[in-house]
Every structure is written in C-alpha cells, then in structure tokens.
Design a protein. Structure first.
Length: 247
C-alpha cells in the first residue's frame, strides 16, 4: 500500500461506516456507469456520502448518469453547498478546472475578528478539511487568504484584513488541466482558490486532485489511438491507486 493510500485510510475514509468504506474502494475502480449500478440500491443519504468522498469530477460524472428522478432526490438530500457546487461544475467542459472545484467553506469578510473566524473554522472542521481561510468582499471578490499558522499566532481581536495574504494567486475555471499545471508549477500549494476573471471566488481546487487529473489525462492519450473508452482507461490497475491520493 502506498503512503498516499495509507493517509486516506487513516483519514476521512476510516471515519465512515464499514459498508460505505468497503463500497468506496469498489466505486473508485469502476467507470461511472458501473458505479451507478452499484449505488442504485442504496438510499439517497448513502449516495450523497459516497459522492462527497469522491473527486468532484468523478462525483459529477456519476451523478449525471442517474436517471432524472433519482438525480433530483440525491441533489435534494445533499447539502446546499455541495448541490450548488455540482450544478456550477457541470457548466464547465471536461478537462477543465471548473469540473474539479469543491465548495469554499471557510469564507469571511475583512472585518471578521480572529476569534470569530476561529470559532467558525472549529465548526467547519467537523465535516470538512479546512486548509486555508478566504477573505472576500460583499460581492464575493477574493481579497486575501488566511494561513492557519497566522490565525493561531494572531491576537483574538485582530481583524482578518490585518493578517491575510492580500492579492492571492488563483486559478480560473475555464483553464485546461495542462495550463493549470503550468501555472502552479513553482507554487506547490495544497489548495488553490478558483475565481472568475472578475476575481469572484467560486470554488477551491486541491493540488493533489489537479496532479491526479493531469496524470490520468496524459495516460489516456495512447488509448485514444486504439479506440479505448476514456472511462475504461480510468479502471486500469495503476490508475486505481491515484483515486485515493486526496490530501
């Protein structure tokens, strides 16, 4: 077992019930059509939990292959943040950053105090991995990024605008995987904000997901020459392990 796989085994997947954990290892090895057949007998709450564990692009591919009625009940069961993000992601072409976005949860206004932000992050951390905080204005334009170390060392009454890293780097949803890989080549951040060209924050991208998606994309190119379906290529043994490498 790779070190990356061990990290997942000791993280979110370990915390879920055994049945969900066991099925998760099977779903990531199947193409979306087969995954849907495996998930159809389960209740909507279970399906939502599974989709939340998956790479957003994979989750969306599976969700889109449910029949319309089932898809609507699954969306109605999911959190508002997840539903909005899935709906937003489907507007972007495959092989773009927009398909890989996760919802930005730790979002604050500049005037928020360190104490207020810390309390909110504590609540969010019970259901999601929070790596950075993000500061936006009233129009959701990204103003800065909050590093957890800076938050820890700051005074409780300081405002976030005093400790944030202003004018942060971000990706845009229309970027291709290849262009995004070039853009982050010398940065190596664990998480990247994704903003519209106006600077409005619309999602987050985990760096490891970008690496995985680009690796899968490169591996797919030889298969296209011999007519192998893209979804079938994602089930090859050495690519299966990549599915587990989320930070």
């Amino acid at each position: 077992m790779s070190e990356s796989t061990k990290e997942i085994e000791s993280g979110a997947v370990r915390e879920i019930e055994p049945e969900l954990r066991e099925l998760f290892t099977k779903v990531v090895e199947r193409d979306p059509r087969e995954a849907v057949k495996m998930l159809e007998p389960y209740p909507d709450e279970f399906v939502v939990q599974m989709l939340e564990l998956l790479n957003p692009a994979s989750a969306l591919n599976i969700l889109q292959r449910f029949d319309s009625a089932r898809r609507q009940t699954v969306l109605a069961t999911a959190s508002v943040e997840d539903t909005q993000q899935w709906m937003r992601n489907q507007a972007y072409p495959e092989r773009t950053i927009g398909r890989l976005m996760q919802p930005p949860l730790a979002v604050f206004r500049p005037q928020t105090t360190v104490a207020e932000a810390t309390e909110q992050i504590r609540r969010l951390a019970s259901k999601a991995i929070i790596t950075y905080g993000f500061v936006t204005d009233e129009e959701e334009k990204l103003l800065g990024v909050i590093v957890m170390r800076d938050l820890l060392l700051a005074q409780s009454n300081q405002r976030l605008e005093e400790i944030m890293l202003a004018n942060p780097f971000y990706l845009t949803p229309e970027m291709s995987l290849t262009d995004a890989m070039r853009a982050v080549l010398v940065r190596h951040f664990p998480v990247y904000p994704v903003c519209e060209k106006t600077g409005r924050l619309i999602g987050l991208l985990r760096g490891q997901m970008l690496f995985e998606a680009e690796t899968i994309e490169l591996s797919a190119q030889p298969g296209e020459m011999v007519g192998v379906e893209r979804e079938e290529r994602l089930t090859t043994p050495w690519l299966r392990s990549l599915k587990f490498r989320h930070p």
